[in-house]
Design a protein. Structure first.
Length: 372
């Protein structure tokens, strides 16, 4: 049993809401959503919105949502609970599996529930098993299907905005340790600096709602907040996709380097051809640029509307801009390598042509002497 976290809130008070456990996967290079909808009945899902959210904020290509079979699981204080499961599939080859678990628990039980999620390997396996049948059924709609080992899991504690969690402005003063324990998935003692850092990324629209975002988890105190949940889940998915693209570029560079070194070891200068390395880089750049653009532009969030500010806060906490910059830098490196290899290939071809011309001339001279 963990040590109670000291704060001025009434720890015995019961809070209600949902725990959203989200796991992002990469399935393939691209998904034909129209064909996928024909293979398995799914719902085209645009971004849910409230009146405050303009119609210009939307998915560029609405993903497909599939309701999967519910599962039962055991969590601290939530023994043998049932989770509703849904999959949201995007055209750039990535998807979210979300397990949504309702709860009604004393506040003092929440930190130990959060801490049980700090090692989520079991959850990743469960989410993968939930999505496996769908992956198999959608194979014809997937381009180059290959379920990546990379995953990004995220947890959202969504609370109903009632006492003792409302008004939300008082929580930062009355319950910082309790909230930090949920955000960091850690029910142990935390330093003042760590608590302050955990609560630094927050935003509120009304006095009765607030969002806290950390690397591992988020707290959402709000009702009918599907647009917020979708935005958080998409930011986590985008983080996965950026990691996947960065790894793909790095792997292509290593493979091209291996091919270059192999060609350089050839004893025959004319066989020191880097054509295979060029093909690897070309294929990677075509695939990566398309995926990167679709993943970056899938959700149109521009301007200063509230939801746009929420996404910018998420992007800052997940370091999405740094990941995107790393990808652009890596692509610039591959472009430089590609240009160098292209020049070398052109030089090898020119040298080969010169040798062929010399051989032909010598052949003509020899034939002339023989005939004479």
């Amino acid at each position: 049993m963990s040590t109670p976290i000291p704060l001025s809130l009434d720890l015995s008070a019961v809070v209600t809401g949902k725990l959203h456990c989200v796991v992002a996967f990469d399935w393939c290079q691209e998904i034909d959503l129209d064909q996928a909808a024909r293979l398995v009945p799914g719902e085209s899902t645009d971004l849910p919105r409230r009146r405050r959210t303009p119609s210009t904020i939307a998915y560029r290509s609405p993903p497909l949502r599939f309701n999967l079979a519910p599962v039962r699981l055991n969590l601290p204080h939530l023994n043998d609970c049932q989770a509703d499961v849904e999959a949201i599939v995007f055209d750039f080859g990535a998807m979210n599996i979300a397990l949504r678990i309702p709860f009604s628990l004393p506040m003092q039980a929440m930190p130990s529930l959060a801490a049980s999620l700090a090692e989520p390997e079991w959850l990743v396996k469960l989410a993968r098993s939930c999505g496996e049948p769908l992956f198999q059924k959608l194979q014809p709609a997937l381009k180059d299907p290959q379920w990546s080992k990379l995953v990004e899991e995220y947890f959202i504690f969504q609370f109903d905005p009632v006492e003792p969690l409302e008004p939300t402005a008082d929580l930062v003063q009355s319950g910082p340790d309790w909230m930090a324990a949920l955000l960091l998935l850690d029910d142990g003692p935390l330093s003042r600096e760590e608590v302050e850092e955990a609560l630094r990324h927050r935003i509120s629209y009304r006095p009765s709602d607030i969002i806290f975002v950390e690397w591992a988890a988020a707290i959402v105190i709000d009702r009918d907040c599907d647009e917020i949940l979708h935005t958080i889940e998409f930011a986590n998915l985008q983080l996965l996709e950026f990691r996947y693209i960065d790894q793909k570029v790095g792997s292509a560079l290593l493979e091209s380097q291996r091919l270059i070194e192999s060609a350089a070891r050839s004893r025959l200068p004319l066989w020191r051809n880097n054509g295979r390395a060029l093909r690897v880089l070309n294929e990677m750049r075509v695939d990566t640029l398309g995926t990167f653009e679709r993943a970056s532009d899938a959700l149109q969030l521009v301007g200063d509307q509230y939801l746009s500010r929420v996404f910018r806060m998420l992007a800052s906490r997940f370091h999405l801009n740094q990941w995107a910059e790393n990808i652009r830098h890596s692509l610039d490196v591959t472009e430089g390598v590609h240009q160098t290899l292209s020049s070398q290939v052109a030089t090898y071809r020119l040298e080969l042509l010169e040798i062929i011309v010399v051989v032909l001339i010598l052949t003509e001279i020899i034939l002339a002497f023989v005939k004479g």
